[in-house]
Design a binder for this molecule. Structure first.
Ligand SMILES: NC(=O)C1=CN([C@@H]2O[C@H](COP(=O)(O)OP(=O)(O)OC[C@H]3O[C@@H](n4cnc5c(N)ncnc54)[C@H](O)[C@@H]3O)[C@@H](O)[C@H]2O)C=CC1
Ligand SMILES: O=C(CO)COP(=O)(O)O
Length: 330
């Protein structure tokens, strides 16, 4: 098995800091690359990411402020928001050795191009080996070393296995897979559905309504996944159902919390002023467009997109969903 010893983590936000700690705990040589020199200085001074200030970075992690620090890396974890993946990946071209695994760690779909994350990486870095890491894992839990499990997929199983061994510890257990598409669809769609369940929670419609919406949301995720080539067993695994359950049930989730704020009465614009990254708000419109393109029925995702862009009020959206015709469950 190939040993991936030198790991570059690009993006010093909450998830980048958590994954840098993961790799350091697994015994790897880690460089964490912040956005620029000032951002790197701030992380060094605080010994933590400004997005995760309460969890110290492992002292063995080198913090850098420029892409040059990636030279010589055996694998790269790309941990910037989904909409920035393409631009940041493109900057790596001059410093990456051919074939280097580049692992997408964002959960979303690129707007405009409608590309999934590994396709974004393949387009920006044709010489690299795209991979994806996703699953039920809050940065704060992972950074602290609480037990978590995720899916790590690459088209070549040997690459997925090598990446899983490079990052895995008893408290961070990556399950390897080859279904890139299934992993990226689960991660992107669950954020949108979590906003819907958050809205229902914020509106105080009860735990039963939240469970119903999560389950019917999962049916949408499965339909979309089938239409776009995902394997069903991936969608029912950690990166699909597992992450949907986590994100639709915990206030630690920024997507769920965005939904709660809207359900509780804030306008979508006001709710988004928190400054926290809620990827589902960016993914919702593109997910709905892609569903329509392949005749996939996604009424919950469509309601989220319509509420977020102001076409539908929360009560109208709830009325639209609850007055749909009764139908067979499957
Ligand atoms: N926070 C979490 O618990 C988890 C997050 N993720 C995913 O990881 C991705 C990143 O999320 P977080 O780290 O939590 O967000 P964050 O908001 O904490 O950090 C984002 C980082 O990306 C940097 N950044 C933003 N735009 C950039 C650009 N154009 N160029 C370079 N750097 C840029 C920011 O400076 C910041 O350091 C998201 O797609 C999220 O869904 C996945 C699993 C867990
Ligand atoms: O993806 C996550 C947990 O698996 C983090 O969720 P949020 O992005 O909603 O905070």
């Amino acid at each position: 098995m190939t040993i991936l010893q030198r790991i570059a983590v690009i993006g010093a936000g909450a998830w980048g800091a958590a994954l840098a700690n993961v790799a350091a705990r697994a015994g790897r040589d880690v460089v964490l690359v912040a956005r620029d020199a000032d951002a790197a200085d701030a992380v060094r001074r605080a010994g933590a990411s400004p997005h995760l200030p309460d969890v110290a970075l492992d002292g063995a992690i080198a913090v850098a402020g420029g892409i040059d620090a990636v030279a010589g890396a055996d694998a790269v974890l790309l941990v910037v928001p989904a909409q920035a993946h393409g631009a940041v990946a493109a900057t790596l071209a001059p410093v990456l050795a051919p074939g280097t695994p580049v692992v997408a760690c964002a959960k979303g779909i690129e707007r405009g191009t409608r590309r999934f994350m590994t396709d974004v990486i393949a387009a920006a870095l044709p010489g690299a080996t795209p991979a994806i890491l996703s699953g039920p894992s809050f940065a704060a839990d992972v950074a602290r070393g609480l037990p978590t499990a995720v899916t790590l997929a690459a088209a070549d199983d040997a690459v997925a296995v090598a990446l899983a061994h490079a990052l895995g510890t008893p408290t961070f257990r990556p399950y390897h897979a080859t279904d890139l598409r299934g992993v990226e669809i689960g991660g992107a769609a669950k954020n949108v559905l979590a906003i819907a369940v958050g809205i229902v929670r914020g509106r105080r419609l009860g735990a039963s309504a939240a469970a119903a919406l999560t389950t019917r949301g999962f049916a949408e995720l499965m339909r979309f996944g089938r239409a776009y080539g995902a394997r069903p067993e991936t969608l029912t695994g950690l990166s699909g159902l597992g992450d949907l359950i986590l994100t639709c049930s915990s206030r630690q989730s920024r997507n769920f919390s965005l939904g709660i704020a809207i359900g509780d009465g804030l306008s979508p614009g006001e709710a988004r002023q928190s400054g926290l990254l809620a990827e589902g708000a960016f993914t919702a419109p593109v997910l709905v467009e892609m569903a329509a393109e392949r005749n996939v029925d996604m009424p919950i995702a469509a309601a989220v997109a319509a509420v977020l862009d102001g076409r539908l009020g929360v009560d109208q959206a709830i009325a639209a969903l609850t007055t749909r015709p009764f139908r067979a469950e499957h």
